[in-house]
Design a protein around this ligand. Sequence first.
Ligand SMILES: Nc1ncnc2c1ncn2[C@@H]1O[C@H](COP(=O)(O)OP(=O)(O)OP(=O)(O)O)[C@@H](O)[C@H]1O
Ligand SMILES: [Mg+2]
Length: 384
Amino acid sequence: MTTMTRQTQQESTATESLTGTLKDSQDNQDSQGSQGSQGSQGSQGAVQPAISVRNLWKVFGPNAENVPGTPELAALSPRELMDQESCVAAVRDLSFDVAPGEVFVIMGLSGSGKSTLVRCLTRLIEPTNGEIFLQGEDVLAANEKALRDLRRRKISMVFQHFGLLPHRQVIDNVAYGLEIRGDSKAERTRRAREVIDLVGLSGNEHSYPDQLSGGMQQRVGLARALAGKPEVLLFDEPFSALDPLIRLDMQNEIIRLHKELGKTMVFITHDLSEALKLGDRILIMRDGEMVQIGTGPELIGAPADNYVRDFVKEIPFSGVLTLRWIMRPAKPGEVLDGPELGPDVVVHEAVRLVLESDHSVKIVENGVLLGVVGNHEILRVVAG
Ligand SMILES: Nc1ncnc2c1ncn2[C@@H]1O[C@H](COP(=O)(O)OP(=O)(O)OP(=O)(O)O)[C@@H](O)[C@H]1O
Ligand SMILES: [Mg+2]
C-alpha cells in the first residue's frame, strides 16, 4: 500500500469516526426517525442513564428491515436467517442501560456483534430497529446537525488501530476533532496540550505517529478522544494490538483517567481479566444476543450458561468471586461467634481469616446476618 493511499484511508477513518457518514444517517432517518419519539426515560427511576438501548436490532442483508418486525424471521437461528434470507442479525433485540460514570464492558466471541453494537450507538452503523437514548436524547430521531453535534461533542471513540493521521504531528492529531468542529487555533492548541499532558505525552507534541511506540500511539488516540470533552467514551478493543506489558500500563491509565474524569465508558474487549479489571458491569454477547449482563462476581458466581462458563473458566476465581457467592445459610445450632465480614469482600482476601478462625465467618450486611463461610466454602474456590 502506498503512503498516499494509507494516508487517505486513515484520514477517512478518522473523519468517519468524528463526523459519521451523514448521508446514510439522513437516508435512514426518513424511515426510522420517529421510532423512539415516546422516550424511555420515564421508566428509569431517579438517575437518568447515560445510555439507554431498547430492543435494538442491526440486520445486514437484503430486506433486513423486515426481520425485526416479523416474528417468524426474528425467531430464525443465525444459520437459518443466512440460508433463507441471506441476512446476518449482528445485533438482536438488545436492551440495556449504562449508568452515568459507569465503565460498561462488552464481551463475546469474534463475530458476536460487539463492534456493530457500539457503532450503532452513534449511528456510524445505522440500526435497523429499536431505540437509543443518550442522556435522554433520542439518537435515532436526531437530525443531521444534532447527530454531528453528538459525535463531535458528546461521544468519542477510541479504535483498535489508533486511526492516527500519519502526516500530522501528535498535537495536530489530538486537535483534529476540534479543528473539524471549528474551534479557534489558539483554543485547540491549548486544549490539545492539556490532554497530551493528561495522558502523559508531554514533550512529544511535535512527533509524528510513526516515531512513537504502539502504547504511545494509543495514548494519542486517547488524547484525541478526550480533547472534545465528551461525556461518553467508546473503546473498541483499544489495547489488543499492544504487547502485554504496555497493555497493563494502558489499563491502569484508563483506571486513572476514569477516577480523574469520571466519564461514562463503553469498552469492548476479548480479555476477561481486562474486563474484570476495568468494568463495573459486563455484557456478554453471542450471535448478536445478550447472554448475560452483570458484575464480574455475578458472572463468575452464577454464569447463565456454558458459553459464559467458558469465558470465565480461565480466571482464578478467588481473586474475583466475593463471599456473597459462596456463603451458605447457618446450620441449626451452629456456633456463630466467628469474626464478621461483608458480602463484597473478595474470597482471596478472606482466606486467611476464615482458615484461622475456629468457627465459620459471619457474612453481615447492615447488621443483618446473610450467611456464613467456613473452611469448606473457601477451599472449594481456592482449590478450583
Ligand atoms: N457490513 C456488514 N455486512 C454484512 N455483515 C456484517 C457487516 N458488518 C458486520 N457483519 C457481520 O455481523 C456480525 C457481527 O460483526 P461484528 O464486527 O460486530 O463482530 P465483533 O463481535 O465486533 O467481532 P470481532 O471480535 O471479530 O471484532 C458478523 O457475523 C459479521 O460478519
Ligand atoms: Mg469487533
